[in-house]
Write a protein that binds this ligand. Structure first.
Ligand code: GCW
Length: 642
């Protein structure tokens, strides 16, 4: 097997540590991991792992209280101190990121602690190859790194390398299988549990606990019961026993992830029960062992009639869950997608996040680029996540409210892990922001570039290419927050009316006069009323609604003048021309990097940029032509619209 791509942990990144004398003090699994890292680094760079005598770097773990915080200070030598193995591991990688700066005479002491204890990546991996979705649902990086032929892979080398990468960013939980649980992976809970044990063993040395997605109907499908009613004693008993067996095999098992009553998955509604009944059933099975149930709030009617203007998918999560605030057990975490629809490039922040002060919440992001270019387009998402987590929803920032940050992973068997080599930065950046959402996205990107690429001359062009790429993607796709307009099914490339008459509830309502969804209280679906002040009023009025969300909240005429001073239709033309021009410029920036990044990376990105340019051009032409045909308004600058 060719060794996995080192991503942001190439041998060169360890030179500052590995060329010094380093002492590691302490005991335990994670301290051993740090010792192993140091041993490899000094072997590569000529330093030494010392027991006695002077050291340039002291890595000291004072105990094993499970804590994740650490301090770094400099007094003659640089020292990292932690009270738990996880803290030492995170402190070690912090020093790796700092590089030579950690050894400068004037280094000022720092203390670091994660902003939240739940930092999780979910895999939508199937054990078998699904006839429509393939092996990894919404995966753009090849097959699953976990599974082959219906079992966990024999060789877990890549999984171990992946666990190491994640651990270095601070990710501490992983969901092992798709939330759409199909037949084979359902059995990870029962007869295939030994397979899950092997994955848990690969993640444990990096401070990562594993979780299983489970189907709500498991007592029927796996247990042979006639019901999965959460209030039925036999059902309760079944879950208690299944859960105890999991903990007997994986003592540090993290818990369950559940998609229930969502897109056809079974759930408590079938028995006239609510989602608190459903979540608490599993929570009570997990509680004796310290486990958590991650219960997804992605519940909506996916058989909507497009003729029915009163049903609004954006309302669904709040309508279902806000009334249940306070009813969930303490070891339930409600997992809420960041926006009310579905991982679009632009959505308002979900109002559910502000509506449930008595419930533990995790915000769910999508590292896999389902709606943001599918790892064929450069779309650096850290600025989007930063904006979401900093958004002041009802007084507090989303990042202050959330007990957890969860995202869908973007890795697979691909030689670069992520299909697009530059999409590694999203994986890295997710871990860093989950640890501390106050980090500046530019600084996180710089960390990633600095670790990944040896040549300092690569830094500026990469910043230039990636830094604003999410906004570029937004410019050439669906305008002003209206969302979707993608090809149905695979969600790649433009399909302006792709979902317009479908059952999925994602419409833009363009006609000859205007476009957008009226979600106001005054004349629309009333969705704005789910927000706390001031947002309920800011979004209610087309005068105060931010431009980038105008069409999410309002149906306006093409001649409506935006806060920017441009009309809606002219904005659509301008941004689509500008977006494609920017991609053309990105192609040129990348060309400068020839010889400064590894040839294989250069070649892959060069190829994908050509596809991005083709696809962006298609987006531009279809969107512009569509709105020109609908509105009859010509481009003020006379550019070609077909
Ligand atoms: O974005 C949608 C995807 C589905 C996915 C679903 C979900 C796992 O298109 O593929 O199913 O969201 O989040 O459950």
């Amino acid at each position: 097997m060719t060794p996995p791509h080192p991503a942001w942990l190439p041998v060169s990144a360890f030179r500052p540590v590995g060329s010094r004398r380093v002492r590691v003090t302490g005991a335990g699994t994670l301290v051993d991991t740090v010792r192993g890292e140091v041993a490899a680094a000094v072997a590569a760079h000529g330093g030494a792992l010392v027991d006695d005598g002077p050291a340039d770097l002291e890595l000291v773990c004072g105990g094993d209280d499970g804590s994740e915080a650490f301090t770094v200070a400099r007094a003659g030598a640089t020292s990292v101190r932690a009270d738990g193995g996880a803290g030492l591991l995170y402190g070690f990688h912090h020093v790796v990121r700092l590089g030579e700066a950690a050894f400068a005479a004037d280094f000022a002491p720092e203390r670091h602690a994660p902003r939240r204890s739940i930092r999780m990546l979910d895999h939508w991996d199937n054990m078998d190859v699904h006839p429509v979705m393939g092996q990894v649902e919404r995966g753009y990086s090849g097959d699953s790194i976990f599974y082959a032929d219906g079992r966990v892979r024999e060789d877990l080398g890549r999984v171990e390398a992946y666990a190491r990468l994640l651990g270095s960013t601070g990710v501490n939980r992983v969901g092992l299988n798709n939330v759409n649980v199909h037949r084979t992976e359902a059995r990870l809970l029962t007869d295939l549990l030994p397979d899950a044990v092997r994955l848990a063993d690969a993640f444990r040395p990096h401070g990562i606990r594993v979780h299983l997605s489970v189907g709500f109907a498991s007592p029927i499908t796996l247990g042979g019961l006639s019901t999965a009613d959460p209030l039925d004693p036999a059902v309760r008993e079944w879950w208690n026993r299944a859960t105890a067996a999991v903990y007997a095999a994986i003592p540090d098992f993290g818990g369950y992830v559940v998609k229930a009553d969502s897109e056809g998955r079974p759930g408590p509604f079938a028995y006239g029960r609510d989602h608190a009944d459903g979540a608490n059933l599993l929570a009570r099975a997990l509680a004796p062992f310290g486990g958590t149930v991650f219960w997804r709030a992605f519940v909506y009617d996916h058989h909507q009639d497009w003729r029915d203007r009163s049903t609004d998918r954006a309302r669904a999560a709040h309508d279902h869950f806000a009334p249940l605030d306070g009813a969930f057990d303490p070891n339930v975490v409600l997992q809420v997608k960041y926006g009310p629809l579905d991982f679009q490039a632009r959505e308002p922040v979900s109002p559910v996040i502000a509506a449930m002060p008595g419930t533990r919440l995790a915000v769910e992001l999508q590292v896999t680029q389902e709606y943001t270019g599918q790892q064929k387009h450069v779309c650096h998402l850290v600025p989007q996540w930063s904006e979401i987590l900093r958004f002041p929803l009802g007084g507090d920032a989303v990042g202050d409210i959330a007990d957890g940050v969860v995202a869908v992973s973007n890795v697979g068997q691909d030689r670069f892990w992520t299909g697009h080599p530059l999409a590694q930065a999203n994986l890295f950046g997710f871990g860093r922001l989950a640890w501390d959402d106050r980090l500046a996205p530019e600084a996180v990107l710089d960390e990633w570039i600095g670790l990944t690429f040896e040549d300092p001359a690569a830094r500026e062009p990469l910043r230039d290419l990636m830094g604003d790429s999410w906004r570029t993607y937004e410019r050439y796709t669906a305008p002003l927050g209206v969302g979707f307009m993608v090809n149905p099914g695979d969600h790649y490339g433009p399909g302006v009316d792709g979902y317009e008459y479908s059952r999925w509830g994602t419409y833009h309502f363009a006609d000859r006069d205007g476009v957008g969804v009226d979600r106001t209280r005054a004349t629309g679906t009333g969705f704005t009323g789910q927000y706390p002040a001031p947002w309920r009023d800011v979004y209610e009025s087309a005068e105060t609604c931010p431009d980038e969300l105008l069409l999410f909240f309002h149906h306006v005429p093409y001649g409506h003048v935006l806060r920017s001073g441009r009309t809606v239709v002219q904005h659509i033309y301008d941004t689509h021309f500008a977006g494609v021009e920017e991609v053309g410029r990105m192609v040129g920036v990348w060309a400068e990097l020839k010889g400064r990044v590894p040839d294989a990376v250069f070649g892959r990105v060069e190829e994908l940029l050509a596809e991005q340019l083709r696809c962006a051009t298609e987006w531009r032409d279809q969107v512009n032509t569509y709105f020109f045909r609908k509105s009859g308004v010509p481009d003020a600058h006379g550019r070609t619209i077909h």
